[in-house]
Structure formats: C-alpha cells, structure tokens
Design a protein around this ligand. Sequence first.
Ligand code: ZN
Length: 283
Amino acid sequence: MPLRRVRARQSGGPRVGHRPFNALPMSHDHDDLPAIDLDHTPRDVVARVIDPVADRDWAELLSPARRRALLAGAGLATAAATTMAAAPSRTPQVVNAGGAGARVSAGGVLLPIAGPGTSPWGTATAAQPTPRPPGVRPDEQVLPTSPRPYTAIRSYHAHIYFDEDSYEKAALIRRWTVERFPVELGDWNLEPRGPHVTPSFYYGFTPDLLPIVVPWLQLNSLGLTILIHPNTGDPRSDHLHYALWVNRSQSVNAYAWRRFVDGGGGDVEQINPNIIPTVPLET
Ligand code: ZN
C-alpha cells in the first residue's frame, strides 16, 4: 500500500484526483504497488499504513463498479476496466506479522517483491519434472538380486574427532583404549587428513571386537563425534555409505574418490595390532 493512499485518507477520505488513473493498480500484478520499506519507515506511519479501516475504504474505492465508473468518467477505455475487474481479490496489502512486513494478496497469499534484476534460473524452475539422480552406492542402478555377505567386512576403523576445545576428551578415550583393546592405533592428526575434515585419531580393529568396541564407545564417547566404518576393499563406500556414527555425524569428504565400479578401491586393509592391553575390560 503506498503512503500516498494514507495521506489521501487523512485529508478527508480516499481520493484519487491527485493521482493519474494510469497510476492506479491496474491488475493483480504485484509490481503495480510500490513496496514499503518497513525498516526505514516511522512506526506510526507503518501503523497507519496497515490501518484496516483505510484498507477497507481503499478496497471500496477500487471495487470493480467504482473503478469502471471512474475510468468511464476519465474517458479511459472500457477494455482497461475489464482487466481491472479481476483484480480486487489480488490487490496487494501490507500486513505486519510479528514485526516483519510482508505483502500478501487479499486471499492471504504471500506476494514476491521484485528484485533488482532477473533470476539466472529463469521463471520456469517450479515446473521442472523431478529427475532421478544416479545411484551413489556400488551396483545400485538396479535393485540387487541378493544381499552382500557380511563377511565382506574384513576389519573396522574407529575415527574419533575433536577440536581445540575437546582434545583432552579425545586423549582420555585414546588412553583408555590403549589400556584395554588390542587395536592398531594411528597417529594424532591435528589437521584435516584424507576424508576427515577435523582433527582426529583412529584405531583399526578386527570384526571380533565389534560387539565390544561399539557399546564401549557408545558409553565412553564423552560426547565426541565418532565414525566407525568397515573395510571391504571399497573405501569410498566404506566411508560414505556403510558407516556407523556415535553421537552426531559430520561431513566426510570422500565423494571425489573413485567409485568401486569404476576401478576404485582394491586390497582390503589388513589390521596389524600395535597395542597390548594392560587393564582388564570393565564388565
Ligand atoms: Zn578409516
């Protein structure tokens, strides 16, 4: 709703004589009315702008019959009035919901405010059909005819992620692990490394330890994010699609790795334990 309309009512009711007829809303096109910048408009002015009484007066003024009469009186073409006859239900208004201004049609539908240019996507994206993306897992272009044997998993990795605020928790998990589990423990990684996007350390373990390591990490994660992935000879899928997470998950940057069906992967990683436990496992 333009400020001019408010001033018209303040001076004795709606009038349009000061405004060319071709400046009136001529159709339901939302561009016909200028938007009000609520962030830079005094609060009392905004309150008057959304005055429902003024809105009703304006709606009455612009009723199809009144507008036809006005247009006829101004000598404008009747054809233009025919176009306007469809407009009243879509005449944009400004509503104030929760302090934020928005333009809506009389039916309550939100209307866009024109941007400074045109979208590079064009105006037909909403009508695009939904395409089917290619499968991301190996051999998933069609449904498999049989399940994969679980014995394809030859070992597991547990990656414990941390940052500058949580590294002491990681150190405690690392020490507790070394005391209790015969695993292959890797170095500290204080920078992102491989597909791991935050500092981390990892240990590898054989599948027989899985029923112990998983619940132990569930109860002793200290809130850290932990990735547990199998090793099947397809590291891309092992990291992206076959993983377990303790607590929150986080990004794993392995999408650039070559797919197994395209020759990615190879030998299954073997586990060579380098830790001899010294503390009996609590049960
Ligand atoms: Zn790993």
